[in-house]
Design a protein around this ligand. Structure first.
Ligand code: AR6
Length: 172
């Protein structure tokens, strides 16, 4: 698997699947979630509503992932995952790692071989950047998958720099 870092907007990525940092409702929100629904158009929300009406009546649990159409995005699918809100009193790192593992599992089910990830939980959900980047890189490297092209697409320079450090770190 090749891992690359891209500074930019995930909605512009020409990949099989883009991962969305969603919330449990699957009904959209701010940050990367808002950008994906805006650029992808109403077909994504329509699929999300169908998911809520069928297998995900209570919403998507933290750490899980599920796919929809990518609507008008260049990608074929959006894989929605729900990151944990960062907590100083509780270690939720396993849940964040699960977002990356489960997204790759769903990508394998779809037959997607190129996948773009944002820095899940590192925005509105408040996860410290170096920790978020380390968990992302370590988990993707450790997960068996047929995905051969993983791109971390980072909008902000400070987030990009944290991922550069994580990629270069011997522990990752
Ligand atoms: N492309 C790439 N990265 C982006 C983009 C973009 N277009 N827009 C933002 N980011 P966040 P979270 C970065 O807040 O912390 C939503 O309301 C951003 O700079 O999108 O998991 C959901 O509905 C940050 O580094 O996701 C949830 O309620 C990273 O994406 C909640 O936010 C993640 O930030 C999820 O919060």
């Amino acid at each position: 698997m090749e891992i690359t870092l891209v500074r930019g907007d995930i909605t512009e990525q020409d990949v099989d699947a883009v991962v969305n940092a969603a919330n449990s409702s699957l009904m959209g929100g701010g940050g990367v979630d808002g950008a994906i629904h805006r650029r992808g158009g109403p077909a994504i929300l329509a699929d999300c509503r169908r998911l809520r009406a069928s297998h995900y009546g209570k919403g998507l649990a933290t750490g899980q992932a599920v796919a929809t159409t990518a609507g008008e995005l260049p990608a074929r699918w959006v894989i929605h995952t729900v990151g944990p809100v960062h907590s100083v009193t509780e270690d939720r790192a396993d849940l964040l790692a699960s977002c990356y593992r489960e997204s790759l599992r769903v990508a394998d089910e779809l037959g997607a071989t190129s996948v773009a990830f944002p820095a899940v939980s590192a925005g509105i959900y408040g996860w410290p950047l170096d920790s978020a980047a380390g968990i992302a890189v370590r988990t993707v490297r450790a997960t068996p998958t047929r995905v051969s092209d993983v791109r971390f697409v980072l909008l902000r320079q400070d987030v990009y720099a944290a991922f550069e450090r994580a990629l270069e770190s011997p522990g990752s």
